[in-house]
Ligand binder design. Structure first.
Ligand code: SAJ
Length: 434
């Protein structure tokens, strides 16, 4: 049945969700405090990059099923998809959730549905939103329906994942969860699992914590292998041949607005218990410093001002997203230590030390740092690069580049987590002679 839906927050999640509902038979009003977002949306334009989203928004705006404005409006459904940033002391800043909830209170009527989509600490729906919504005089779970249904989509493939991913739906009671499930079934093809709002909040944080903890394990392994003198990437590959083992990959740190943030929301609630979670966060946060230190060691021979070329600045490959990127931290450290820098990223522009041309960026360089494994960096011409560099070091933090090409060009391929001392056997060697 067609509903009037008001989505508060038109960011990475709110906008695609709005467009999705609007293209599946509903009338959607998107609300955002940012006037530019509202103006552009009403012209059918978007200001974020996400494959397929521009076309979808253009068509639903043209059909009149999606409009934007800066304040909420009476609706049948309210979806809150605002940011839940982290404060300097690693706590969830729920001020946007509170403001958004306050902004809809006066519009709620009997039979409405209120859904929190933003990733939030346990208790946000029932202890933060509910008391505000009570001001409406209506009873949650009876007069209107309330719950939390976290988004789970991956930037870069948001539209397919919105449709096909399984979804967790947490209600303040069963009828609330059922009403929310019914609504999402307009476009969700994945399974939908009903639970309580607080369980749903924990699930969302735990999914990202699972990944963060596993990446921390891989990063620790990388450091250990460098000490022991072996190759962590070979260890990972071989361990993952075991049917029940799936090690993650080391790297220069963990970025994005999810993995680097959500685990802290658990720690905030139970700091005395969440030890592994906290240590994992700290381990991953230590990686930019670790990479910076390695660069210093590798270039300790050079007495002149050292030049580093950085390939990639985003928080992960093949997207334009720089949120919480660990690479910016490495760059800041290099900058402060008076390295000369040239940074290339095919997906973003407008940053300091930016260079569009790779060869130009490598000219006079002592070390090239492969920071992000963008597809464009897969086929680099190392012959040409070696001719323009001053030094000969290629430091690959993702085990991504073609080792043979690098070596054949007379350059040295240094891989994070791979110490050459006791590394891989050459093929004609025998592993164990008895
Ligand atoms: N990374 C590693 N090693 C790995 C995997 C990733 O160092 O083995 C790094 C990446 O380089 C990147 C960071 O981790 O800096 C995070 O990247 P990601 O692709 O793992 O995750 P996000 O933050 O883009 O998206 C996650 C997803 N969560 C899970 O896969 C459990 C996504 O499904 C969520 O919707 C999203 O967080 C979110 O909004 O919570």
């Amino acid at each position: 049945m067609e509903k009037n839906i008001c989505v508060v927050g038109l960011g990475y999640i709110g906008l695609p969700t709005s467009a999705m509902f609007a293209s599946h038979g509903h009338k959607v009003i998107g609300v955002d405090v940012n006037k530019k977002v509202v103006e552009e949306l009403n012209k059918g334009n978007i200001i974020i990059e996400e494959p397929g989203l521009g076309e979808l928004v253009e068509s639903v705006v043209k059909e009149g099923n999606l409009k934007a404005q800066i304040t909420p409006i009476e609706s049948d459904v309210f979806i809150i998809a605002v940011p839940t940033p982290i404060t300097d002391d690693k706590r969830a800043d729920l001020s946007y959730v509170k403001k958004a909830t306050e902004s809809i209170v006066k519009f709620i009527k009997e039979g409405d549905i209120v859904i929190l989509e933003s990733t939030s600490p346990t208790g946000t729906t029932e202890e933060v939103m509910l008391p505000i919504l009570n001001r409406s005089g209506l009873v949650a779970g009876k007069d209107y329906f309330l719950g939390h249904s976290p988004e789970r989509v991956l930037p870069g493939q948001i539209l397919q994942e919105l449709i096909n991913n399984n979804r967790i739906i947490g209600g303040v009671n069963k009828v609330s969860a059922e009403a929310i499930k019914d609504l999402y079934s307009s476009f969700v093809k994945g399974e939908m699992y009903l639970t309580t709002a607080t369980t749903a909040e924990m699930c969302k944080m735990m999914e990202n914590t699972f990944r963060d903890v596993n990446i921390a394990l891989a990063n620790e392994l990388a450091k250990i292998c460098e000490k022991v003198g072996i190759n962590a990437w070979e260890v990972i590959e071989l361990c993952n041949k075991h049917p029940r083992v799936s090690l993650h990959q080391p790297g220069p740190g963990v970025g994005g607005h999810c993995l680097a943030v959500d685990p802290w929301f658990i720690v905030e609630r139970v700091p005395d218990i969440a030890n592994i979670i906290k240590l994992s966060r700290e381990t991953n946060d230590s990686m930019p410093q670790y990479v910076f230190n390695r660069i210093g060691e590798l270039l300790s021979y050079e007495k002149r001002r050292r030049k580093v070329t950085v390939l990639g600045i985003t928080y992960k490959p093949n997207i334009d997203d720089m949120r919480e990127s660990p690479i910016t931290e490495i760059i800041d450290k290099l900058d402060k230590s008076d390295y000369e820098l040239a940074i290339v990223d095919p997906y973003v522009s407008g940053f300091r030390h930016e260079e569009r041309d790779i060869l130009k960026a490598c000219t006079g360089s002592d070390l090239v740092l492969l920071a992000v494994n963008h597809n464009q960096f897969k086929e680099l011409n190392f012959k040409e690069i070696s001719e323009v560099m001053r030094g000969n070091l290629i430091f690959d933090t993702r085990n991504f580049l073609n080792n043979e090409d690098i070596i054949n060009s007379g350059l040295a391929h240094i891989v994070l987590g791979n110490s050459k001392r006791k590394s891989t056997l050459s093929y004609n060697e025998v592993a164990i002679t008895q």
